[in-house]
Design a protein around this ligand. Structure first.
Ligand SMILES: Nc1nc2c(ncn2[C@@H]2O[C@H](COP(=O)(O)OP(=O)(O)O)[C@@H](O)[C@H]2O)c(=O)[nH]1
Ligand SMILES: [Mg+2]
Length: 290
């Protein structure tokens, strides 16, 4: 699998420096910092990874570009996960328009959301931002929510992870079909039991982490699971704190009820994936928590 990081974000010609990353031994251009890379680094407080698989129809280039313009301390790493439509061209348009704030990682073959996010997060961490996160390309969670996630991390030095939670409350706009909502609630409850954590919504595609060595550790190894890698990140965190006794995981993770979350048509996750998710929950329990 080829991975190309393009744009000034990729530290110019640093792509010549090849290394290996994770257990898959994929050849990966390391993000060595040239001068422009260092400038970029200094300016990006937050880097958001956007996994994209065949998102040409849904990717709203104007919304991403507009957000970046008004938030110069935020950068995006968009991971084109072997798309077969025009996603690559749309992402290149974003990058060309604003190479300082948009980088594109181009995975030649589809590796799945978990691996795409993992690659993006590891690449982003090389830039040493204060915060690193991931956000669904369909913007079901609007980018404007990022500021609240940043504030939560900035205001509480002990917090490591802030996760969006889709909770339908008065004064908030959370729109999801009843079927997806109830299937989601069943899954979330099982995930919470498995983890032994009072988590409400593991699967929201909007998360922000403080960019610490522990954050890197959480993404260092390829995930066992496909769609429920968010649960696996939490399982790794719980296992870490069990091992070290350094903190209570419930103290370092916070769920933030979103002001807006609208389900966007065109999801690639169907109800059938639920069975795979249950199998993956059992595997996660055995691997990290039993
Ligand atoms: N990298 C990668 N991302 C994917 C894949 N399938 C979906 N995604 C991304 O995952 C995010 C959420 O996908 P979506 O289909 O809207 O799922 P849902 O909102 O959870 O039902 C989007 O950013 C997609 O582009 C995939 O196979 N690989
Ligand atoms: Mg979606």
């Amino acid at each position: 699998m080829r991975l190309v990081l393009s744009g000034r974000f990729a530290a110019g010609r640093a792509c010549a420096a090849l290394g290996t990353l994770g257990a898959t031994r994929t050849r990966v251009p390391l993000l060595t910092a040239g001068d422009s890379g260092k400038q970029q680094q200094a300016m990006s407080k937050t880097i958001i990874v956007v996994p994209c698989y065949n998102e040409a129809e849904r990717l709203d280039v104007e919304r991403f570009a507009g957000y970046a313009e008004t938030h110069p301390d935020t950068a995006f790493v968009c991971v084109d996960d072997g798309s077969t439509d025009e996603t690559g061209a749309a992402l290149q348009r974003l990058r060309t328009r604003n190479p300082r704030q948009f980088a594109v990682i181009d995975l030649e073959r589809n590796a799945g959301k978990a691996e795409a996010v993992r690659r993006g997060v590891l690449a982003a961490l090389e830039r040493e931002p204060a915060f690193v996160g991931y956000w669904d390309a369909d913007l079901a969670t609007p980018l404007e929510e990022i500021a609240r996630f940043e504030r939560a991390l900035a205001d509480d030095a002990e917090l490591l992870v802030v996760m969006g939670a889709r909770v339908k409350l008065l004064g908030r706009s959370v729109r999801r079909s009843a079927l997806r909502h109830y299937l989601g609630r069943v899954f979330a409850t099982l995930a919470s039991w498995t983890l032994g954590l009072a988590v409400y919504d593991t699967q929201c595609g909007a998360k922000l982490l403080r960019a610490t060595p522990l954050a890197r550790e959480l993404f260092a190894e390829p995930f066992l699971s496909g769609w429920i890698f968010d649960v696996e990140v939490l399982a790794r965190l719980v296992a870490h704190y069990r091992r070290t006794g350094a903190a209570d995981p419930e103290r370092v993770v916070r769920e933030l009820p979103l002001m807006q979350w609208h389900d966007i048509a065109g999801s690639k996750v169907g109800p059938l994936q639920g069975f795979g998710a249950l199998r993956d929950l059992a595997r996660l329990y055995r691997r990290y928590l039993s």
